[in-house]
Write a protein that binds this ligand. Structure first.
Ligand SMILES: [Zn+2]
Length: 241
């Protein structure tokens, strides 16, 4: 690891994205933490303008710091969307300092916002992994999980309701069928009773005398008007006796 004088309030350490710079002492808001430095590239020189790496820090239209040199410890500082430090650019002096914009506690990672251009070019495509973005992602995942659970519960409730409705309908249909069968049975028995009670076949015939001799005894349970076919003149055995 790169050696840093121990009087400095930071060290290089492992971070979420690889390496990062961490506070080793309390750093007060407003303090210059470290200078971001490296060879100055002149955009007017073709070969210098062609240099391309992730550590370029544009000072103005003409000058860019190439911070990829190993000695530039500030290059370990990771980007954050809600940082605790900022880049303090002095274009005329062609210098950049990283300055605390919050009180930073020992152990805390030091971050600054790399700016929109860098974010769009390097971070957006792979997804920013800063604390704020991770938190946002976590929240979104939790919300998605909650929404999924809510939809599942809703679907289950719906299915249950549907099953209950179906069962009720079945019950109703069965009850109706039973009722129908009962009514049918009742009609049947009423018909039977009616025959014997309204006297049409028994009393009526025996009372109006038409078929007094007409086998009245045998016809109590006989619904067929067979009696009519019986010859009226046929003498009944009962009468004979
Ligand atoms: Zn972020």
């Amino acid at each position: 690891m790169t050696s840093i004088p121990s009087n400095k309030p930071y060290r290089v350490g492992r971070s979420r994205t690889g390496l990062g710079l961490f506070a080793t002492k309390p750093i007060k808001k407003g303090t210059k933490i470290i200078r971001y430095f490296g060879p100055l590239l002149d955009s007017k020189k073709k070969e210098e303008d062609a240099i391309e790496n992730k550590y370029l820090f544009e000072l103005n239209n003409r000058w860019t710091i190439d911070g990829s040199v190993r000695k530039n410890i500030a290059r370990y500082i990771n980007h954050a969307c809600r940082p605790n430090a900022e880049s303090d650019v002095k274009p005329r002096k062609r210098k950049v300092f990283i300055r605390a914009i919050k009180n930073i506690e020992p152990g805390e990672e030091i971050n600054y916002d790399y700016g929109t251009d860098y974010f769009k070019a390097y971070l957006k495509p792979i997804g920013c992994k800063c604390d704020a973005c991770e938190k946002k992602r976590k929240k979104k995942r939790a919300e998605a999980r909650a929404e999924k659970a809510r939809l599942k519960a809703k679907a289950e409730r719906k299915a249950l309701k549907k099953a209950e409705k179906l069962a009720k309908e079945q019950q109703k249909a069965e009850a109706e069928l039973k009722e129908k069968l009962k009514a049918k049975a009742a009609r049947k028995s009423k018909k039977l009773n009616g025959h014997s009670l309204n006297g049409k076949s028994l009393n009526g015939k025996s009372l109006n005398g038409k078929h007094l001799n007409g086998n009245g005894r045998a016809r109590v349970a006989d619904r067929k008007p067979a009696g009519r076919k019986q010859p009226v003149s046929a003498p009944a055995p009962a009468l004979q006796a």
